[in-house]
Design a protein around this ligand. Structure first.
Ligand code: DGL
Length: 294
């Protein structure tokens, strides 16, 4: 395929479920001239409590499905899948793959590099924290940074329920984030797709002087640079010809289960319901292999 034609293809995004819509929103805002194909693995969510081999298997099936839809790059919106499965995904599909861990970590280092002793806290799922992926990426960018990590699993259902300003959410945030407050960081990475939804309550619990880093936004910045560097930006001027809005008919959403619930939570997260939403099956399927045979 000619490079002009590759650049016209959409950007693929996958997440364990609905949370990756925060990353989709960041990408959509920064790159209104691009089309997106999103896969939420709603049948198998959550990934954050699962083992390495299971997350790797799910991530490979999701990536293979999206690659078979003709995407030009793949964004792994799920922090857990980015932390555990990026090398396996990169080895399998022949396009650029961007996870959310590296961009979030690099942004944290950029924001704290002038500090005498840079201190970065990370909140994420249990699996992401145990993998140490954020700590490793932060240390790769700054050998002097001190890192504190903490898992906040209850934030995922609270965000999906839209309990963004309930007393229960505030008291859970106080309890989860006590360790972060004691560590006294300059920056806190929101290392899970759902946490930006609870941004205000998290900010109040850690104090106004801590810079919150949205890994999805940091990823969107790096995706923009990658598209420029590799001449992969869409040459069709769609954003000049029509007003783009979140979830419009240029973007295609797939889920592996419960499409109605996905649409409801999408409306809470984005204020918009996907125009094109389809339930599909990826379990045990290797779409790339099937395509190659036919
Ligand atoms: N998407 C996951 C992440 O960012 C959170 C939800 C889950 O545990 O699957 O790590």
């Amino acid at each position: 395929m000619r490079s002009q034609d590759i650049a016209k293809q959409p950007i693929g995004i996958f997440d364990s479920g609905v949370g990756g819509l925060t990353v989709y929103r960041a990408l959509h805002e920064r790159l209104p001239n691009e089309r997106f194909v999103y896969l939420g693995d709603t049948a198998r969510v959550p990934y954050g409590t699962k083992s390495l081999s299971t997350v790797e298997r799910y991530a490979l099936e999701n990536s293979s499905f999206l690659a078979s839809r003709g995407i030009k790059i793949l964004v792994v919106a799920c922090n857990t899948a980015s932390a555990l499965a990026l090398p396996k995904i990169r080895a399998k599909i022949g396009i650029d793959v961007i996870g959310v861990i590296g961009p979030g970590a690099r942004k944290a280092v950029t924001l704290t590099e002038n500090e005498e002793s840079p201190r970065v806290a990370v909140i994420a799922t249990e699996a992401t924290v145990s993998s140490n992926a954020y700590a490793d990426s932060i240390h790769a960018a700054s050998s002097t940074a001190e890192v504190f990590q903490s898992a906040c699993p209850l934030f995922v259902p609270l965000a999906e329920e839209n309990w963004v300003d309930e007393p229960e959410t505030r008291s859970i945030a106080e309890r989860y984030l006590k360790g972060v407050r004691d560590f006294d960081p300059q920056a806190l990475v929101l290392g899970c797709t759902h946490y930006p939804i609870l941004r205000d309550v998290i900010q109040k619990a850690v104090g106004a002087d801590v810079a919150l880093i949205d890994s999805g936004e940091a990823t969107a910045e790096e995706v923009e640079n990658l598209l420029k560097d590799k001449a992969l930006a869409n040459p069709d001027q769609i954003s000049y010809n029509r007003e783009r809005s979140l979830c419009d008919d240029l973007d295609h959403f797939y889920v592996t289960d419960a499409a109605d619930r996905f649409a409801r939570v999408a409306e809470r997260f984005l204020g918009a319901v996907p125009t094109k939403l389809e339930a599909i099956e990826v379990y045990g399927k290797d779409e790339l292999a099937t395509r190659r045979k036919s």
